[in-house]
Design a protein around this ligand. Structure first.
Ligand code: NAG
Ligand code: NAG
Ligand code: NAG
Ligand code: NAG
Ligand code: NAG
Ligand code: NAG
Ligand code: NAG
Ligand code: NAG
Length: 267
């Protein structure tokens, strides 16, 4: 009896959550229009023509909504030649799982508000002209699996909290102007990490021996920075490692020659 009542109450709560979620879908439309309003260049008139208020935003180009209710799950605007800044209202797309704006001409800052998107699993912003620093709020993205912000103009440190996101499988910061050093406990909470690219930045300090704790690493690229000291022996423990790039640093030690000659430097 009591079980039935609890079950019914749960069912009602579930229904109410769904109703609230669909009522709130106007928030998503508002956020998408705010995003569109900051696009200053759209050479193929893709958003200009397609993202029109007369039609449901779930049918707009680059948008995938959830099956149960009309909320944006994926925003994929890769390779559209878009230019402009990223509107902070993007942080209102609360159901977003995948944010892909790679290969465009977005400039300016990455909004802190992206850290509010707690369901995000994938961020791909590579090949743009984004500057400023990586938002420290990224450390709240507990389900983030893939973060690729390579080939931008980002400066400052990599927020340490990013290395505490246990779901990460891919992390790429390649070819920015990031500086500072890597935390000594970098791999204590990254059991799933398979690919880590930090090459072509201005990172300094030692290479943390704890990298040996990223047991699933297949690719590790630290080349083209200003890392100093010796190559930690612990890297030799990475039994799944297939590609290791360490060239173009100021490293010393007996393994330097071996690594640099086996694997291409400066890649
Ligand atoms: C509905 O929108 C408001 C305002 O944007 C937000 O604070 C709230 O969390 C949303 N609720 C749901 C269930 O998405
Ligand atoms: C926008 O693009 C989608 C997908 O290509 C298409 O189905 C839809 O009809 C377009 N809407 C408008 C208003 O052009
Ligand atoms: C993160 O993923 C887990 C497992 O899929 C899920 O239970 C949890 O609700 C997710 N967290 C958020 C904030 O979406
Ligand atoms: C970022 O780029 C914008 C132009 O897109 C510029 O106005 C701003 O000063 C730059 N900021 C930094 C920190 O480089
Ligand atoms: C690095 O990024 C810049 C643009 O920010 C690009 O012009 C350059 O070709 C990239 N370098 C490499 C080696 O990929
Ligand atoms: C991860 O979080 C723990 C506890 O908050 C902290 O002690 C540790 O320094 C963090 N690790 C990194 C790499 O930020
Ligand atoms: C990041 O993006 C580049 C370019 O699209 C891609 O080749 C790479 O596999 C991505 N991931 C990592 C970890 O570099
Ligand atoms: C690299 O680090 C060394 C030692 O800390 C320092 O002397 C040198 O100026 C740095 N070089 C660059 C290009 O940052």
């Amino acid at each position: 009896m009591a079980h039935n009542v609890i079950f019914m109450l749960l069912a009602i709560v579930y229904l109410l959550i769904n109703i609230v979620a669909s009522l709130n879908s106007s928030t998503d439309e508002y956020a998408l229009l705010a995003f569109k309003s900051q696009i200053t260049s759209d050479p193929n008139k893709i958003l200009a023509k397609n993202w029109s208020q007369g039609t449901s935003f779930c049918n707009w180009i680059g948008i995938t909504c959830g099956r149960r209710y009309q909320r944006v799950r994926e925003l994929n605007l890769a390779d559209m030649g878009l230019g402009g800044t990223i509107a902070k209202e993007i942080g209102e797309l609360s159901y977003l799982r995948s944010l892909i704006i790679s290969n465009n001409n977005f400039h300016g800052f990455i909004p802190n508000e992206i850290g509010k998107l707690s369901q995000l699993q994938e961020i791909e912003m590579q090949y743009n002209e984004l500057n400023g620093s990586i938002p420290p709020t990224f450390e709240f993205l507990e389900n983030l699996s893939k973060l690729n912000i390579s080939h931008n103009w980002l400066t400052g440190n990599i927020p340490n909290g990013i290395f505490n996101l246990t779901s990460l499988t891919e992390l790429s910061f390649r070819n920015n102007s990031l500086s500072g050093s890597l935390p000594m406990d970098i791999c204590f909470n990254l059991p799933k990490l398979e690919r880590l690219r930090i090459s072509l930045n201005q990172m300094s300090g030692n290479i943390p021996p704890s990298l040996g704790a990223c047991m699933n690493l297949k690719l590790l690229s630290l080349s083209g920075n200003n890392f100093t000291g010796s190559i930690p022996m612990e890297i030799g423990k990475l039994s799944k490692l297939q590609i290791l790039y360490l060239g173009g640093n100021n490293l010393i030690g007996k393994f330097k020659a071996l690594f640099v000659y086996i694997h291409l430097p400066l890649h």
